[in-house]
Design a binder for this molecule. Structure first.
Ligand SMILES: Cc1cc2nc3c(=O)[nH]c(=O)nc-3n(C[C@H](O)[C@H](O)[C@H](O)COP(=O)(O)OP(=O)(O)OC[C@H]3O[C@@H](n4cnc5c(N)ncnc54)[C@H](O)[C@@H]3O)c2cc1C
Length: 263
């Protein structure tokens, strides 16, 4: 069984105050920003590695991003991916979801046959949840989104997906693409030795030269989405700050709440 997992490196939300945006393009300036593996992609990777351990096969992690996205792929290797590929090229910069999925699809085409492509349900920065579905369209394969349980039965997958008022169970022949939700599993924590082994593995970097691509479909020129305006929410004002020792503070907070309740 060959499973390809799409992994995005995203800014570390714990360090959000360091985030800056390019005023011209409206995109996040990622260079130098502390970054992590998109949390939903850790679930996708864990699921892939679990199925590889049950069925035997290969797990390939693939990411499109700046050179520092290699760190995300090292983590994937330390969690059990067999190999990893980084798609990185100045020509990919500025990609919206259309250009991202076109590039990812072409890279997957270079990898060759596969049974499953797994994505997270969404990235915590872009947050569109478009990449999985669009990628399936580019690859001309079926897709099941928001999956919280996977069973493999021969050449088929039986997936349970979350919908607003319950669950749907869908049986589909492979190859197919799945996007997974939080809670499908508990991602393993890499050990010191798995991490140092991963750091010794080579991660090939594929550029546009390595892919069979139409150049005008890459990066900013290949992105029909335009960011017309970007702004920060206005911080709320007028808050009251109470300082003091906890017992005294508790009484004052209680008094404030009573005043509010009594109008
Ligand atoms: C005009 C414009 C310019 C942009 N320029 C840049 C840029 O220069 N650099 C940049 O990083 N972003 C850029 N973005 C943001 C970029 O479009 C999205 O972050 C990216 O296409 C993924 O969309 P998303 O974050 O909403 O992912 P979602 O669709 O929410 O992600 C779902 C899943 O898809 C997979 N996935 C998503 N992105 C990747 C990826 N890059 N590699 C592998 N798997 C992935 C993951 O499994 C993820 O869990 C730009 C956006 C716009 C509109």
């Amino acid at each position: 069984m060959r499973i390809i997992v799409c992994v995005k490196q995203v800014p570390d939300i714990a360090e959000m105050e360091k985030m800056e945006t390019d005023p011209k393009t409206g995109t996040i300036i990622r260079e130098g920003m502390p970054a992590i593996v998109n949390p939903f992609d850790e679930y996708a990777l864990e699921e892939a590695v679990t199925w590889k351990e049950k069925q035997e096969g290969e797990v390939i992690a693939i990411s499109m991003g700046p050179p520092q996205a290699e760190d995300a792929l090292v983590k994937c290797l330390s969690m059990g991916a067999d190999r990893a590929i980084l798609l990185s090229d100045r020509d990919f910069a500025g990609s919206d979801t259309m250009a991202t999925t076109y590039t990812l699809a072409r890279a997957i085409g270079e990898i060759g046959d596969f049974d499953l492509v797994l994505c997270g349900q969404q990235a915590i920065d872009g947050d569109t949840a478009q990449v999985g579905p669009m990628l399936a369209e580019h690859l001309h394969i079926p897709q099941i989104t928001y999956v919280n349980r996977i069973e493999v039965e021969g050449k088929h997958v039986v997936a349970t997906r979350e919908v607003e008022d319950g669950y749907e169970v869908i049986r589909c022949r492979m190859p197919l693409l799945l996007t997974v939700v939080k809670g499908i599993n508990v991602p393993r924590v890499p050990t010191y030795s798995s991490l140092s082994e991963a750091m010794d593995k080579e991660i090939p970097i594929w550029t546009a030269e390595d892919l069979d691509v139409e150049r005008d479909r890459l990066g900013l020129p290949g992105s029909p989405t335009a960011v017309t305006r970007i702004w920060y929410p206005v911080p709320r004002t007028g808050g009251q700050v109470l300082t003091g020792e906890p017992p005294e503070l508790a009484e004052r907070v209680a008094q404030v709440l009573l005043n509010i309740l009594q109008g």
